[in-house]
Design a protein around this ligand. Sequence first.
Ligand SMILES: Cc1cc2nc3c(=O)[nH]c(=O)nc-3n(C[C@H](O)[C@H](O)[C@H](O)COP(=O)(O)OP(=O)(O)OC[C@H]3O[C@@H](n4cnc5c(N)ncnc54)[C@H](O)[C@@H]3O)c2cc1C
Length: 451
Amino acid sequence: MTTFDTIVIGAGMSGTTSARILADAGHRVLVLEARDRIGGRMQSDRSAGFPVDLGASWIHGITDSPLSDLVQTLGIPTIEFTVGSFQAGGRPIENFDGESAPMDADASARWVADVEAADLALVDEIARSEPGDTYLDVTERVLDRTGWAPERIDEVREFFRHRVEEQCGAWIGDLDAHGLDEDAIDGDEVIFPRGYDELPHRIAQGLDIRLGHVVTAVNRSADGVIVSTDQGEFTAHNAIVTVPLGVLKAGAIEFTPALPEHVAGPIARLGMGVFNKIFVQFPERFWSEDSYVLRALGDAGEHWHSWYDVSAISGHPTLLTFAAGPFGRHVQGLSDGAAISDVLASLRAMYGDAVGQPVAHRITRWGDDPFSIGSYSYLAVGSSHHDHDALAGPVDGVLHFAGEATWGDEPATVGAALYSGRRAAERILGRTIDLNEFAARIITREQSDAR
Ligand SMILES: Cc1cc2nc3c(=O)[nH]c(=O)nc-3n(C[C@H](O)[C@H](O)[C@H](O)COP(=O)(O)OP(=O)(O)OC[C@H]3O[C@@H](n4cnc5c(N)ncnc54)[C@H](O)[C@@H]3O)c2cc1C
């Protein structure tokens, strides 16, 4: 049996990145991937004739972003769409009040000012928070002090709640008070007209990736690792485990000996959120040409609250809405028909009969996916930012972890997956890796393959 230098478990963004770096350095690398495709939570469905990004779709801020630099160097086109993060203002947003009535520019501006004032007060409140305080605790303290009328408070409260659901996939009461500390956006946000999964596919080209290999156990000793799959065993001097936190939390891979506390503790403490996407294509546009987002505030937006116009990708009138946190888990249990009817009822409360019958839809269920068991990690109350990086290990010098949940600076993102994959490879190689050189090698290989 071949003994590899490194076995990488998982062919998502972090796994393909670490495998590529190690293979480029001359290591014998094997990638074991449970699915019949690579990319993991970067999945662009092209079956309709245009890409539909079922997982990641945005770079949240392209300024000083090595991820954005990599995308540009590889010549992957992007479209500016600066509302991927949950914003109150910034771009034309059609707001509807708690009774589903359209808000005029003044009313919208007042609401945005309320959110901004409460958000500013939140900075100090979070700084003063005690261990064990949740994001719900700190936001309620801020809202209590405003002295605003109950309806006015409700519209800001819903915003905070939905922001946590969208950014973390969690209920606001489960998120640590510091859970959005790393949520800074620097510069424009962009999306991918050719589909975001082009990036891991380009990185992965030429690697030894075995699809349909579900890893069930990892045994380690001073000599290396034995990785068991449903297709047999593989051995290597070391392994990089990049499966999502949800898979680790579920105990789907048995580690022998058991993982030590410095890695097992973070796995137990960090949370895995649920964030699902619902794409709905309409026969005709019923919202304004200029609007990027339609948003229902207060009671009207308790469940479905934000619809993003992603027509630029498909060329057809298409809205993207999200179901996240506890509501996201609820929606996973609905049939497609029931979920779409519910979405339409909310839209019709705002736009009436102008809302036509959809011509197509797509619904994700990441929380039910056995190779993800959730959408991305979040700082559950009781965990700390340190837990993310501690999760990377290494363990006994032979076992490394990578993936979005292992990168404390900006967890839950493609950037986190990229940088953590590079870190795991750097630790094995014992030297730093320049992402510009990484990109240059991908291009050189593509050019030589094309000859
Ligand atoms: C709906 C959604 C929207 C998102 N939107 C954005 C966004 O707009 N911008 C952004 O930056 N990020 C976004 N993210 C997060 C981003 O997609 C992830 O952070 C990133 O893709 C994670 O990469 P990864 O390598 O850590 O994990 P993954 O991509 O999940 O890769 C892990 C791989 O391990 C495999 N695996 C699992 N179990 C096993 C096993 N037992 N044996 C073998 N292989 C296994 C999986 O199949 C998978 O291929 C979104 C995620 C979701 C779900």
